[in-house]
Design a protein around this ligand. Structure first.
Ligand code: R5P
Length: 292
């Protein structure tokens, strides 16, 4: 087994390879002045299983295209099997045509990955519905337990777990089991034409208690910032934000912190200032079936 360190996930790739006790393969890459990507394998591949670690967080299209170049070339130069580890799977939110005439983006990504020779995909916190679009075996593992354990080890045992929308309810439930506290969720509605979101709340059991918001993605930070404000208004003592994919676009971090959050804790599925928990052990376990 060889681990290819994709340009977008060098550190995560190295950590994963170390846990797998696997050799790593470097890929030289550059961007041409006009923005095109170039990759070149620096060693040969011999009928081996090749694991490519490449997240497709922003810049999504560049990172995706580099993954296409690496996977196709790996097969061309001798890889027997190509497993793509894509911790953040771009376009997974466009998992159907919400409005007539829209591109079915994740289905197109799935077709392209198959076309360039990917035989298997491992990703993190992606819904089963999304994975059904892929014509080859796929698996998604959840980093929520790692995030909950992180907070538990820091003394936040018993903290209230909040899902910022119904889609994240399962995350709050999982986290609450680990933290040994209660959980709740908000109702979120999105206007598909304007993108505007609105929330409905109930009274959460947070007065004088610590609370942690669990979500898969923080993009613009609007969803989390609003949840922080609500929990503070309802009397929560300290409010933390936990997310698997801290994209933190624009002033997302400032928005969340200025509403009263103590800290944002994300994973290294996406490299950002909040990437404090590594998913390398999760990936290694999913690949081998053994504790790393
Ligand atoms: C969507 O339902 C996801 O789970 C996140 O809640 C959403 O992507 C967060 O987006 P934003 O940070 O832009 O509010």
């Amino acid at each position: 087994m060889l681990v290819v360190l994709g340009p977008a996930s060098q550190e995560l790739g190295k950590k994963t390879a170390k846990l797998l006790r696997a050799e790593t393969v470097s890929v030289a890459f550059k961007r041409f002045p006009d923005g095109e990507s170039y990759v070149r394998f620096e060693s040969k591949l011999k009928n081996q299983e090749v694991i490519i670690v490449q997240s497709t967080s922003p810049p999504q299209d560049t990172n995706l295209f580099q993954l296409f170049l690496i996977a196709d070339t790996a097969k061309e130069i001798g890889a027997e099997k190509v497993v793509a580890i894509v911790p953040y799977l771009a376009y997974s939110r466009q998992d159907r045509r919400f409005l007539p005439g829209e591109a079915f983006s994740i289905q197109i990504v799935a077709k392209l990955l198959s076309e360039v020779g990917v035989d298997q995909l491992l990703t993190v916190n992606v819904r089963q519905k999304v994975l059904k679009e892929f014509p080859f075996p796929t698996k998604s593992v959840s980093a929520i337990p790692l995030l909950a354990e992180h907070f538990k080890s820091r003394g936040l045992e018993g903290a209230f777990a909040l899902a910022p929308d119904e889609g994240a309810k399962e995350y709050a439930m999982t986290a609450a089991k680990i933290l040994g506290g209660s959980y709740g969720w908000r109702h979120k509605e999105r206007d598909r034409y304007t993108g505007a979101i609105s929330f409905t709340d109930e009274k959460y059991d947070v007065r004088g208690r610590d609370a942690i918001i669990f979500d898969d993605i923080i993009s613009t930070g609007g969803t989390t910032a609003d949840a922080v404000r609500t929990l503070k208004t309802q009397g929560a003592k300290r409010v933390y934000s936990a997310c698997v994919h801290p994209l933190l676009i624009g002033d997302a971090e400032r928005k969340i912190m200025s509403n009263g959050a103590e800290e944002i804790v994300g994973t290294d599925c996406v490299s950002s200032s909040a990437s404090k928990v590594s998913v390398a052990p999760l990936i290694a376990r999913a690949l081998t079936g053994k504790e790393a």
